[in-house]
Design a protein around this ligand. Structure first.
Ligand code: 5MM
Length: 345
């Protein structure tokens, strides 16, 4: 018998991922990134520790109230919960859609110092078929764009846009909803106006390529950075400016046929990530759902509370649920910063 997800169209799956009050958990840290996260809490990055940590997140009571989907890493989609239930099955049984990161990371771009292109297209069609069999119903590919001295170049933006579109077309062919993620990094001293200019050019290139490569916008989602000041900029834009410039940038670039934009948190604080999303949704309605696909901004307090100790699982789950709930509220603009210091769980 076909499961519900098998009978859904790409557009229906994309819309379910941006359902009201919900967003996506990015738990697709590659080996190097998860090691960095575990190093920060003094935990060794073994396969069992990675499994136990992801198990903690995926079995959190009530997570499905605010989490629509989870992006998994290749290792994680093949792992199982403590009772032996494969992770994709566990998530699906809770009404959470399993997804998978399919890129192979950002590599140096030939002839362009300081710039990268994301690889992973070779053999992608076959890998997508396997991921579908394993239970994934959506995919993600991340391009990394740095702002610096005379970068990014148009060469870098267009090469990444082309690869993102090739990934998206192949995903749709395999019955998987592509999340296209061009991340303009927040590292640097650049102003918010520069972040706007680069994000705008990147998204223009991306939607040109998606159109040319016949990707159906209705069955896709955009995962992007908010328009913000560089971390080391002399002046930091406030929450209203971030909200207004981000919405302006998306209005100019992202077609209204795209069901939703799911932001990355990119290293901003948990509170900023929630407050900025909230401010954008207070200015709605918009042509697309404005939601989240946070990694660090959803996981940081849970990771810290866990610390690699099985006795702390309950505390860590509470911390994860709390952030999911706050971001769920930000989906409708009903989050209040005062909650951060109150006993709201
Ligand atoms: C969870 O981190 C994802 C994987 O990154 P690597 O391939 O570098 O290990 C990353 O793609 C993530 O989905 C986005 O950057 C959003 O995460 P943040 O922490 O920025 O919200």
């Amino acid at each position: 018998m076909a499961t519900m997800a098998e009978t859904q169209t790409l557009e229906e799956i994309a819309r379910a991922l941006v359902a009201p009050g919900k967003g996506i958990l990015a738990a697709d840290e590659s080996d190097g990134t998860i090691k960095k996260r575990f190093d920060s809490i003094g935990v060794e990055s073994t396969e069992e520790n990675r499994r136990a940590y992801r198990d903690l997140l995926f079995t959190t009571d009530g997570a499905e109230e605010h989490i629509s989907g989870v992006i998994l890493f290749d290792e994680t989609i093949r792992q199982a919960s403590a009772d032996g239930t494969p992770f994709p099955k566990l998530l699906e049984s809770r009404g959470i859609i399993p997804g998978i990161k399919v890129d192979k990371g950002a590599k140096p771009l030939a002839g362009a110092e300081g710039e990268t292109v994301t690889e992973g297209l070779d053999g992608l069609r076959e890998r997508l078929q396997e991921y579908y069999e394993l239970g994934a119903r959506f995919t993600k590919w991340r391009a990394v764009i740095s702002i610096g001295d005379r970068i990014p170049s148009d060469y870098c933006l267009w090469t990444n846009a082309h690869a993102l579109a090739r990934f998206a077309a192949l995903s749709q062919e395999s019955g998987l909803v592509p999340i296209v993620e061009p991340e303009v990094l927040m590292d640097g001293t650049h102003s918010i106006e520069e972040s706007y200019r680069v994000t705008d050019r990147m998204l223009q290139a991306l939607y040109t390529e998606l159109f040319d490569q016949r990707v159906g916008r209705e069955g896709s989602l955009l995962k992007t950075n908010m328009v913000v000041s560089g971390y080391d900029a002399s002046e930091q834009a406030d929450v209203d400016t971030v909200a207004e410039l981000t919405i302006k940038c998306l209005t100019n670039t992202c077609p209204s046929s795209v069901p939703g934009v799911v932001f990355l948190s990119g290293g901003m604080s948990d509170e900023d990530a929630t407050a900025r999303l909230n401010a954008m949704n207070q200015r709605g309605p918009h042509p697309w759902e404005l939601s989240f696909s946070y990694g660090r901004a959803l996981q940081a307090p849970a990771l810290k509370a866990w610390g690699g100790d099985a006795n702390n699982v309950e505390e860590a789950q509470k911390a994860f649920y709390r952030r999911a709930k706050f971001n769920g509220a930000a989906r409708s603009g009903s989050y209040a910063p005062e909650w951060e210091t109150a006993e709201v769980a």
